[in-house]
Unconditional design. Structure first.
Length: 215
């Protein structure tokens, strides 16, 4: 990924806001990873001096945590929107999968790598709480509603629960992210995400067995 270029902001430093820095740092961290990105690289990409950057953030870790929180807030809001758009579980899973495939194919994997290898235990615990609130719990709520509406089988019969199913669904989506060795155009990415999101929803709800196998 070293050949990828992050555009440098040419604007006057006084016009660079905290949110601008977070957005630019997001692209850097999710492209190169936590360790490879320095505050100097972030400052250069923002068109700032390092002292000006430190006016907004005290260190690289602070910037990274802000980036992660921003990503998680966006995802939580996206899932909330998905829930309001449809009350059918199949459509909710399809929309959730599409959102993840279009927005998280790089940062989801990079984020988990950085959390495991670059963050201290206390920070990992804090970030796990954020992840539960933004990713897992909203999916658990979707599945609980589906159980109440009898859209899925009895969880007692399946010997599982909503939390385990939510983990399985998120892992299923994560395993469907496109191969990073290949460059995708926007139109191609959308088409592939649309295909895969439908597949994920159908497989998660119906499996691959034929009706004869299920008798």
């Amino acid at each position: 990924m070293d050949d990828k270029k992050i555009p440098v902001v040419k604007d006057n430093a006084t016009h660079i806001t905290k949110q601008n820095i977070i957005d630019i740092a997001d692209r850097l961290f999710m492209t190169y990873g936590y360790r490879a990105v320095s505050t100097r690289k972030i400052a250069d990409a923002c068109g700032l001096t390092q002292p000006a950057l430190y006016h907004h953030f005290k260190n690289k870790k602070t910037i990274y945590l802000e980036v992660v929180q921003a990503n998680m807030r966006r995802t939580k809001l996206a899932i909330k929107k998905i829930v309001h758009q449809s009350n059918r579980l199949e459509m909710r899973i399809e929309s959730l999968s599409y959102y993840m495939l279009m927005n998280h194919e790089v940062d989801f994997n990079q984020m988990f790598h950085d959390v495991r290898h670059e963050m201290d235990e206390e920070t990992q615990k804090k970030m796990r709480v954020w992840w539960l609130d933004s990713y897992l719990n909203p999916v658990v709520d979707i599945l609980k509603e589906a159980v109440n509406e009898k859209e899925i089988k009895s969880l007692e019969i399946l010997e599982t629960n909503e939390v385990e199913l939510a983990y399985l669904l998120l892992d299923f989506i994560k395993s469907s992210f496109p191969n990073q060795q290949r460059e995708w155009g926007v139109s191609e990415r959308r088409q592939e995400a649309n295909r895969k999101s439908k597949l994920i929803s159908k497989l998660f709800l119906n499996g691959i067995g034929s009706s004869k196998d299920l008798e």
